[in-house]
Design a protein around this ligand. Structure first.
Ligand SMILES: NC(=O)c1ccc[n+]([C@@H]2O[C@H](COP(=O)([O-])OP(=O)(O)OC[C@H]3O[C@@H](n4cnc5c(N)ncnc54)[C@H](OP(=O)(O)O)[C@@H]3O)[C@@H](O)[C@H]2O)c1
Length: 250
């Protein structure tokens, strides 16, 4: 992905990593459209950041995905990158039956949403000859956190999907790049106030450096996430899994 000259749609960019990445990509020279459900946030972003486009989208709703796709593509016929950023993370407790609702909306938002988005945007991206799909997994795809079983499972699913989608699209000119953030200070699950999480701007600095130096990189891995991403490969899985599980046990 050429960070200096792409036309990018980021559904899930009304806050946090998505908004931060949108602003960095725009500053680097790309044309960016941000999407999300909170229309007041979209209006504020448009007012505060001239040149950034905004589109309302609920990635849990197939009709909303198609409407947003049509709107973005009609405004930007050269759209050549989509970042599948929208996601939710909520604690679940299997001993509480009410958690089933959390699990269901997590699967719809974090796994089915990105799958539907790929289907919706692939014809547009293929028509460009050279294009990018950026998926967003997590360090928790590699070693799961006991407090969020379904969230981890959806992110492991996104990692798996990214690998096979990359192979299926090999001959199409559409590259698949997986962004796997570590715990980063955003509104997600109270992480903004978590001193052990990576400051958002530090995370974005590293991401932009990696994308700038390696436009064809398959996985964007900042230093902090390697603790989880390479745990199995480096024989540290049990230790990292235990460290994450002890946070749940308290
Ligand atoms: N922060 C971390 O530690 C971390 C670590 C690993 C992975 N990630 C992943 O990074 C992504 C961004 O998270 P974040 O940390 O930046 O949290 P965030 O600030 O809460 O951002 C989440 C974004 O997703 C959007 N979203 C959620 N559900 C949506 C839906 N149904 N339709 C459209 N947009 C939706 C939200 O917009 P609206 O509410 O306006 O719809 C918001 O813009 C997520 O996929 C998350 O899993 C985050």
């Amino acid at each position: 992905m050429d960070i200096t000259a792409s036309t990018v749609f980021i559904p899930g960019a009304t806050s946090g990593i998505g908004l931060g990445l949108a602003l960095r990509l725009q500053a680097a020279g790309s044309t960016v459209v941000v999407g999300g459900r909170r229309t007041e946030r979209l209006a504020a972003i448009a007012a505060e950041h001239p040149g950034i486009g905004t589109v309302e989208i609920d990635t849990a709703d197939p009709a909303s995905i198609e409407r947003a796709r049509d709107e973005v593509v009609s405004r930007h016929p050269g759209l050549d990158a989509v970042v599948l950023m929208a996601g939710i993370m909520e604690a679940e407790e299997f001993k509480d039956p009410a958690s089933l609702e959390i699990a269901e909306r997590t699967v719809v938002t974090n796994l089915l949403g990105p799958i539907r988005l790929v289907h919706a945007f692939l014809p547009q991206l293929r028509a460009q000859g050279s294009a990018t799909i950026m998926t967003v997994s997590s360090g928790l795809a590699s070693v799961p956190l006991a407090a969020t079983p379904t969230y981890n499972a959806t992110k492991a699913g996104i990692h798996s999907l990214s690998e096979t989608l990359r192979v299926q699209l090999e001959t199409t000119g559409v590259r698949v790049v997986e962004l796997a953030p570590p715990a980063t200070r955003t509104d997600l699950m109270g992480l903004k106030d978590n001193p052990t999480a990576l400051p958002l701007e530090d995370f974005l600095d590293e991401v932009m450096t990696i994308l700038g130096a390696q436009p064809d990189v398959a996985e964007v891995l900042v230093e902090r996430v390697k603790w989880q991403r390479f745990a199995e490969r480096e024989g540290r899985y049990d230790e990292v899994f235990e460290a994450l599980s002890s946070r749940y046990r308290g």
